[in-house]
Design a protein around this ligand. Sequence first.
Ligand SMILES: *Cc1c(COP(=O)(O)O)cnc(C)c1O
Length: 337
Amino acid sequence: MLIDLRSDTVTKPSPEMKQAMLNAELGDDVFGEDPTVKQLEEKIAAMFGMEAALFCPSGTMTNQIAIKAHTQPLDELICDKICHIYNYETGGWAFHSGISIRLTDGDRGRMNASQIEELILPDQDWLPNTRMVAIENTVNKGGGSIYSVAEMKTLSDFCRSKNLIYHLDGARIFNALSALNEKPEALHSMFDSISVCISKGLGAPAGSVLAGKKDFIKRSRKLRKVMGGGMRQSGILAAACIYALDYNVERLKDDHSKATELAETLNQLAWVNKVLPVETNIVIFEVADAAKVAEQLSKENIRIQPFSPTLLRMVTHLDFTDAMLQKAKEVLIKLKL
Ligand SMILES: *Cc1c(COP(=O)(O)O)cnc(C)c1O
């Protein structure tokens, strides 16, 4: 039994999801003729109270398109120093959009209004134009930390008062909503744009959706094409995403309780220095030598992700079963370091 806790992207489509893909009605989506893609886009737009949405191959693309569509060169984006947009999208903000970035030092990736306010620049020839704020919910590198609905709303009001565009990198927004016992409706009219990944905890093989106003999505469609993301019969993927939204949202709570159990086990181990508080499906913990721990675990058929020389990450997901949880706990307890 191989236990893969490196990411919630490692899940494989279930037989039921594959059946939904086989049954999908298809067309050429570059011509705007794939009914299943349209259905997915309308579903996400309605859920999050947006006018329109756009299906893309990845969350990197939805974030990068959003930045490009909202900004022009000499603009600046404010985000947190540990966020995905800054760290893990290959510096795409500079490559695609020619903008600069200014970083907050938030609470496990969560920014507050006063931290943002300090970074807003005055209108001077020698300074970039502060244009946009992007938050991440949940925060991956923060150990799946969550912004509450009230915190997201406070930042929304703040951004509006400062005339700043407000984007949500919601790669794991359904994990956040599940942990908060909230529905996507809670986010209506807060954000200028929202990016949602269906290929993470929700278990689709690929696909993210960008939602926003009609004219923003129209510009985003053109940007998707120039970035090479115009797909043809992509309804076959959209069908998996629709299936995931219909069947895999409620069960996210299981992933969260398994992550909590893993953290409880880790907290009892002498070789673990620290475990970040677990709020959703991500467990980040600190050890003396992360590579060594990852290697020892891989010998026991458990794969986890070193995040730095001393940090490791485990992510629970729908292919991580109860039996795997028991086995993982046993191996962790027995590990000799
Ligand atoms: C995974 C992830 C993305 C998008 O990643 P892709 O692999 O390009 O789909 C964006 N933001 C966060 C916070 C993520 O965890």
